[in-house]
Structure formats: C-alpha cells, structure tokens
Design a protein around this ligand. Sequence first.
Ligand code: SF4
Ligand code: SF4
Length: 177
Amino acid sequence: MSKTLDFFKNNAQIDSAKHCAACGYTCCTLDENNFIVLFPWERDEATRVGLSMAHLPPMQDNNPLYVNCVRPCTGLNDYKPINCATYPMYPLTTDLELWVRGAKNRCPIANIHLRKQIKVIADGLRKIEFVHPGSIKTLVDFTRIYKGELELFEYGLDGKKLSPTQITLALALMRAK
Ligand code: SF4
Ligand code: SF4
C-alpha cells in the first residue's frame, strides 16, 4: 500500500480505495497528455521521510510541477502524490469554497461519496498551506488551466448544494481564460 504525506486525516484517497479497485485504477493510466501535479516541495519532502519516487520521474521538459507515473504505486514505500490522493477533486478558488471534479466518464466515484470527503480534502490542503504557503494557489492555477477535463462540483464544504449565485460564479471562473 502506497503512502502520501501526513497532511490528511485517514491518509487521504480518502476512503476511495474500493472505488479505485473496482474501476481498475483508470486515472493511473498516464501518458504525455495525462499527468500528475507535484508541488515544488513535494518530491524533497517525500524523499526526506523515506518514500520512493522511482515511479514518478520528472517529465521530459523537466517541469518540476508535473510528473508522469510509470508504474502502479503498489510498493509499501511508494509515494502517492497529494494530487493522486485527492483526485478527482480540484479547488477552483483559494478560499476552497468552490470545487471541480475529474470527468465523471473516467472516474466512477459518485458525488454523494465526494460530498462526504470534500471537507477532509479541504482541511488537508489548509494544513499544507500552513506549512507551504502558496500551495493552494498553485493548485487553483492548475485547475483553471486544466478545466477542460473538469466539471463543476455543485456542492460546498458542508455537502449542501451550492446557491445559484455560487454556481454562476463558479461557471464564470471555469469559462474565464
Ligand atoms: S478514476 Fe476515480 S475511481 Fe478510478 S482510480 Fe482514479 S480516483 Fe479511483
Ligand atoms: S502514483 Fe499511484 S495513484 Fe498516482 S498515478 Fe501513479 S499509480 Fe496512480
């Protein structure tokens, strides 16, 4: 079983393991168009606590923010990036009030499940932000670039449906260049 950094209660991927096994780890099939976001500090921190990054070589352009994954992270000490642990959720705003999710046609995890997880994910990201300021903005910037593959998650941190005003704002942010 792989491990992520200790920012998330229940070590994130957060109770999604049964869904992931059932779908055959679809989102782990990565190619040049499908990659993982790695925070600039993440590789060093994972290595420092003894986790292996061997399956996560830098991409060809050496961009430290994105990596491919070359084999399943099934080893005991294999590192699971934070992006993998929180997939399919991505924050759309730095206050973590608005979210998008990975395309439903690829990830079968139902919104009802994610509604229960979203606060855990947000709390973990806030802990990360405390230790590594700017990390949430890095992720939000990524969300806004990558939004074509993502769809609005119509629920807030309390699991309740967003208000019409929030939905309008979120859709505008997703449309913005
Ligand atoms: S696509 Fe969804 S269910 Fe499948 S491995 Fe990825 S996160 Fe898990
Ligand atoms: S690190 Fe693990 S969870 Fe992430 S893409 Fe690779 S196999 Fe999947």
